[in-house]
Design a protein around this ligand. Sequence first.
Ligand code: DP6
Length: 353
Amino acid sequence: MTIDHEMVPTGLTGLTGSTDSGHGATAVAHPNIALIKYWGKRDERLIIPYVDSLSMTLDVFPTHTTVRLDPEARTDDVVLDGRPAEGEPRRRVVLFLDLVREWAGRDERAAVDTRNAVPTGAGLASSASGFAALAVAASAAYGLDLDPTALSRLARRGSASASRSIFGGFAVCHAGRGVGEAADLSSFAEPVPLPDFDPALVVALVNAGPKAVSSRAAMRRTVETSPLYRAWATSSKGDLTDVHAALRRGDLEAVGEIAERNALGMHATMLAARPAVRYMSPATVAVLDGVLQLRKDGVAAYATMDAGPNVKVLCHPEAAPRVAETLLAAAPGCSVLTARRGPGARLRSADEQ
Ligand code: DP6
């Protein structure tokens, strides 16, 4: 795998051939999994996180999004996985397009067609790949020429985790400083150059159905009601410092330990919310037991979970088959897939399928 192309999103740098006469563009982006989690917003409108986060963009589950301007249309047309989007998903896309129109000083409506390789809303980061792809496609379609930082800030306005999927490999998202415009300008992701760190992430899909509580609602409730939230947010700062050092050493064991404690701590904040938010299912716990067993057997394997029951396990690539086998045995009925670090968001050329 080549790493160089990961560092800079090719989105708007010299790929004009993939927009069609300036009115339409197609982009592809991949989800990312945070090793140090983002959970909680200090500004809900601008989507400014309370904490910095650090993630790995994956090479699986891409989202493909086409944005085509329609000067005749009076409303935006949004199609999600082949069906007209409704309710909250549609509202979020239209709000995002309004922002792109504001930045571009244009007012045409658009037709958006977006396809996810995984079920939307199942805690597999479809909003990260979704808004990263939409940011790249929509900004190109509306003729904006954004640098990677501006593109990441734009993606953040769709979903904070999407700011990281603009970049391939590892990325850190800054929570930013100050309030209002100052916060908006200082909260974005940037790549963490780690050309030699290439672990595997075994994804155990225990339930692909949509989650009962959206991550947005869950994090709001956690910030407002969980007595554990502040303690976790404070300890997360130390986790970020520690993980940077471990990543620089290429120390997968330390990276994994820090990521696991950070994710379990985040879930603890949710369990202490009122009422509690619990994404873990019995199958999740069975997979976590499998991870513990692997470690007892001398295999470096570390779990992280997002706003859903699915578990992602960090390990050395050569251990991935054994990890996958153990997780399958621990939670029969789940499906597993091994991901590696993947590329940043980019425009797709017209002849790519
Ligand atoms: C648990 O980025 O989906 O996956 O900004 O409200 O759209 P919004 O939330 P979102 O939350 C992701 C939370 C997480 C942790 C992470 O990816 O850092």
